[in-house]
Ligand binder design. Structure first.
Ligand code: NAD
Ligand code: UDP
Length: 334
């Protein structure tokens, strides 16, 4: 079968990036995966390295050099950035650079080769939202000087830069605002809610609930998210367009559902309340009307099915090895 085209995926050795590389290879793209392995892992892409269509380049997207050596490409996906609050609070300057210089370098690659560019933006651009659910027309409620601003403002700048390249240089761009996504290959120690709760459920530790646990999130299974990113890349929409789940839950509800998915029988699992991180959004759910209208996309995996698949993956992988729970502001182990 002939190749469909060539794609560059920055952050391709990370959780979402590795699933995206895999899908692109299945669609017969040649894939260049650029990653500095700061939060990503070689083992996420180990099964792809024998594929003649896959090339891994270890490098920092904030440094221009590694990107110029990628050769001609038709698609550029820019995912390289710390993504978990634990990771970006530990690396604030690197996070700002990945969103600013890194985005500029990835956009330059797209401009140079006439490629379509897709930015992995985030629901964090809405901050602690005053509107619910969040539509793309909402400008957000972000604390520009709080701890989380290194991530939120880097992504807001990345969106602005993407639109400026589109307007000033005619680069064909699309912006995806990704809401909380989960699934296999999340790091057990990355500090986000799903790996923390799944690990705690499997080891019988108390679930670490930050604040009251009444804050909400709406989770999307990674396979669905990747389909949304591909629909955006292969279509012509500029966005921004929300990509995320439909089943909104409080953190406490998630604790219960994950405990059950892990085989727990208690009506309410043991929880340990901890301090709520600064500017932690109180509620979050995407309005997916645009994604449906522009991309004909909607998530297909139920929360229950996604949790079952994720718990099974963690169970298999982490048997016998249980790293300590990471919290925002604490180091992430490599
Ligand atoms: P991840 O940490 O698993 O992946 C990020 C990848 O980027 C890692 O492999 C890391 O090593 C790499 N990276 C970081 N800085 C880099 C740099 N300077 N140069 C090269 N590589 C670098 O996280 P993820 O959840 O897979 O997130 C991927 C993207 O999706 C990120 O841009 C994130 O902001 C965005 N996103 C994710 C979610 C989510 O819920 N998972 C939600 C919103 C947005
Ligand atoms: N959270 C929690 N316990 C944990 C990890 C996270 O209560 O062990 C909460 C966190 O405070 C937030 C929600 O779960 O309200 C989602 O956090 P996560 O770090 O996964 O992503 P965020 O949506 O904050 O970027």
């Amino acid at each position: 079968m002939p190749l469909t085209g060539q794609a560059l995926v920055t952050g391709g050795a990370g959780f979402i990036g590795s699933h995206l590389c895999e899908s692109l290879l299945r669609k017969r793209f040649r894939v260049v995966c650029l990653d500095n392995l700061s939060t990503g892992r070689r083992e996420n892409i180990a099964h792809l390295t024998d594929d003649p269509g896959f090339v891994f380049v270890e490098g920092d997207v904030a440094e221009p050099e590694p990107l110029w050596s990628t050769g001609p490409v038709d698609l550029v996906f820019h995912l390289a950035s710390p993504a978990s609050p634990v990771a970006y609070l530990k690396a604030p300057l690197e996070t700002l650079r990945a969103g600013s210089r890194g985005t500029e370098h990835a956009l330059e690659v797209a401009r140079r080769w006439g490629a379509r560019f897709v930015l992995a933006s985030t629901s964090e651009v809405y901050g602690d939202p005053a509107e619910h659910p969040q539509r793309e027309s909402y400008w957000g409620h972000v604390n520009p000087v709080g701890e989380r601003s290194v991530y939120d403002e880097a992504k807001r700048y990345a969106e602005a830069l993407t639109m400026a390249y589109r307007r000033s240089h005619g680069v064909d761009t699309g912006i995806a605002r990704i809401f909380n996504t989960f699934g296999p290959r999340m790091r057990a120690d990355d500090g986000r809610i799903i790996p923390n709760f799944v690990r705690q459920a499997l080891t019988g530790e108390a679930m670490t609930v930050y604040g009251s646990g009444l804050q909400t999130r709406t989770l999307c299974y990674v396979d669905d998210l990747v389909e949304g990113l591909l629909a955006l890349a292969l279509g012509g929409a500029s966005g921004p367009v929300n990509l995320g789940g439909t089943e909104e839950r409080t953190v406490l509800e998630l604790a219960t559902e994950i405990a059950r998915a892990a085989g727990g029988t208690a009506t309410v699992p043991p929880v340990e309340h901890r301090t709520l991180p600064q500017d932690d959004p109180g509620r979050r759910r995407p309005d997916l009307t645009l994604a449906r209208d522009l991309l004909a996309w909607q998530p297909r995996t139920s929360l229950a099915d996604g949790l079952a698949l994720t718990v099974a993956w963690f169970r298999e992988r982490t048997a016998g090895a249980a790293p300590a729970t990471a919290r925002p502001g604490e180091p992430v182990a490599r």
